[in-house]
Design a protein. Structure first.
Length: 263
């Protein structure tokens, strides 16, 4: 189902009036985690003004440590929905369990399967039954073949609206949190019709490097970007060091639109 051989045209995935696919650059931005009703609304307004069309925000946070902030769960989903309605942004939230999927479908426009769950086949099949488009992040050490098979799990349940998200992979390099595999974009485009987006934030883990990687993503033909933006990155409950400030995102969004128009 995800094999380019059987699909002459790249997929266009519709979300309301927006589309993820060829001839358009989806700009998804927001905090790593929804922290409060006010925080998500403030960020939504800022990223909307800068030109984003999707709002990201985690309500279920599978953190590396079980003692770190785990997310506001259903309450966070409600705040996402309110912020989406107030700004006209489409919303995306990660789901980590069937319970989270059942809650998310009531509030958000897309769901996200995180890197750590890319081969959670039970979760993939449930995502395939939920009726919402799914952003499938690449596993930390997954090959393209394994990743595409994970997409097949979702699609085999009747949901062909899958968007692949490259978010950096594990390598020997420690200067960045992960290593952005930029070649995954053309390599995927030759193998599958599915849209491919890039998450430069988790790929590098360093705010100062995000703009360069985001521009590289556009140059290499990605269909969109998902980036972390925070009203006060120093005090963020998760992933502050890689979160852009409002000002940085505003400048970057303008540059990305100009780049996309050229390519
Ligand atoms: C996230 O998007 O907040 C996240 C946890 O990303 P990943 O699954 O890529 O680590
Ligand atoms: Mn994060």
């Amino acid at each position: 189902l995800a094999n380019r051989k059987f699909h002459a045209q790249p997929s266009r995935i519709k979300v309301g009036n927006a589309e993820i696919g060829p001839d358009t650059l989806a700009l998804m931005a927001g905090p790593c985690a929804v922290e409060s009703e006010d925080q998500i609304l403030l960020i939504a307004q800022a990223v909307k003004k800068a030109g984003a069309n999707f709002l990201r925000g985690g309500a279920y946070k599978p953190r590396t440590s079980p003692y770190a902030f785990q997310g506001l769960e259903e309450e966070g989903l409600k705040y996402m929905q309110e912020a989406g309605k107030a700004t006209g942004l489409y919303t995306v939230c990660e789901v980590t369990s069937l319970e989270a999927i059942n809650a998310a479908v009531k509030y958000v426009d897309l769901i996200q399967i995180g890197a750590r769950n890319m081969q959670n086949f039970y979760l993939l099949k449930e995502a395939g039954k939920c009726g919402l488009p799914v952003i499938l992040k690449r596993g930390l050490s997954a090959t393209l073949e394994e990743w595409l098979n994970a997409a097949e799990y979702i699609m085999s349940m009747g949901n062909e609206n899958v968007i692949l998200c490259e978010r950096g992979i594990r390598t020997f390099e420690t200067a960045t949190r992960n290593t952005l595999d930029i070649s995954a974009v053309p390599a995927l485009k030759s193998r599958t019709q599915l849209p491919v987006i890039i998450d430069p934030s988790h790929a590098c883990g360093v705010r100062a490097y995000v703009p360069a990687l985001a521009k590289a993503a556009v140059a290499v033909g990605a269909d969109g970007l998902i980036m972390e933006v925070h009203n006060n990155p120093e005090c963020a409950l998760s992933d502050g060091p890689q979160s852009l400030t409002f000002e940085q995102f505003d400048v970057l969004a303008g540059e990305l639109k100009a780049y996309a128009a050229l390519s």
